[in-house]
Design a protein around this ligand. Structure first.
Ligand code: ADP
Length: 259
């Protein structure tokens, strides 16, 4: 409907205006397509777990004398599906909060302390399946929002763990490059083919849907990371080799790094 309204406003004989309005329509089209795709993706992500939970409830209603083991298995599966929906809803809320344009609440973030916290969390996630370490940690403070940075770095670390088979290693580092602070996560995991790298921060873009879901992914992690980094004027650089591992490096502008 909006598209039509814009079309009606086209003034014949004025080529500049026509060009301008045509551009408006094109960008509006893109926004509408992105929005439609997003709603379709969210619906699809919710439909599968809802179907599973609904199906088990029906079975339990039909078979009230089901044996205890089967019943417990089904309850466990239902629990996992609700956890999956909860993670999705939480990520959606985080994204929408980030997109609402609230001003960044800045504070001094103690980087080595944040790295220690990430290391502890990473060990918890890995449960001894990987070697997780801090490779280097220059003494530094970062001007930014602690909770947002914790969430962005945490997403990169949990990805490193989820996409690295058991026995692999993950290292976290805070490095100073020409005075600029850089947070790096390196893993020896499955790696990425170059064609996927530019699209990774798109919402719901996944290289392997099954692997992402099985390891608890919502497909929104890197989209959240992108928003948080934009708010801190930081850049994400991804280097990866298929089958060898990846490096996700976040570079902050000079004015955000304190010695
Ligand atoms: P997901 O919840 O699927 O992990 P993300 O937005 O965090 O969603 O990541 C998008 C995709 O990027 C993942 O599905 C995965 O294919 C790829 N990816 C992210 N981090 C890594 C990594 N460290 N190694 C290999 N692939 C990765």
């Amino acid at each position: 409907q909006q598209e039509q309204l814009l079309s009606i406003q086209l003034v014949p004989f004025d080529s500049t205006r026509k060009l301008l309005l045509t551009r408006d329509i094109t960008s509006l089209d893109r926004v509408q397509t992105v929005h439609r795709d997003f709603v379709a993706n969210v619906s699809h992500e919710l439909r599968t777990p809802l179907t599973v939970v609904g199906g088990f409830i029906e079975t339990m209603q039909d078979l009230p004398d089901m044996d205890v083991n089967t019943r417990n298995q089904q309850l466990q599966l239902m629990y996992e599906q609700t956890q999956r929906m909860q993670r999705l809803v939480e990520d959606l809320l985080t994204l929408s909060k980030l997109e609402s344009g609230q001003q960044l609440r800045e504070e001094e973030v103690d980087v080595p302390q944040l790295l220690q916290l990430l290391l502890t969390e990473a060990k918890g996630l890995s449960q001894g399946r990987h070697t997780v370490s801090i490779a280097s940690s220059a003494r530094a403070k970062l001007i930014g929002n602690h909770d947002e940075l914790h969430s962005a770095f945490g997403n990169l670390v949990s990805n490193a763990i989820r996409y690295t088979p058991a026995g692999g290693s993950i290292s976290l580092a805070w490095e100073l490059r020409n005075g600029q602070g850089c947070f790096c996560v390196r893993d020896t995991g499955i790696g990425l083919a170059p064609e996927h790298i530019p699209r990774l921060t798109e919402r719901f873009y996944r290289v392997d849907r099954g692997r992402s879901r099985n390891t608890g992914g919502t497909g929104l992690g890197l989209a959240i990371v992108k928003h948080i980094l934009q708010r801190h004027q930081a850049q994400l650089a991804i280097q990866s080799q298929l089958g060898q591992g990846s490096e996700f490096a976040v570079k902050f502008p000079l004015q955000r790094t304190l010695d």
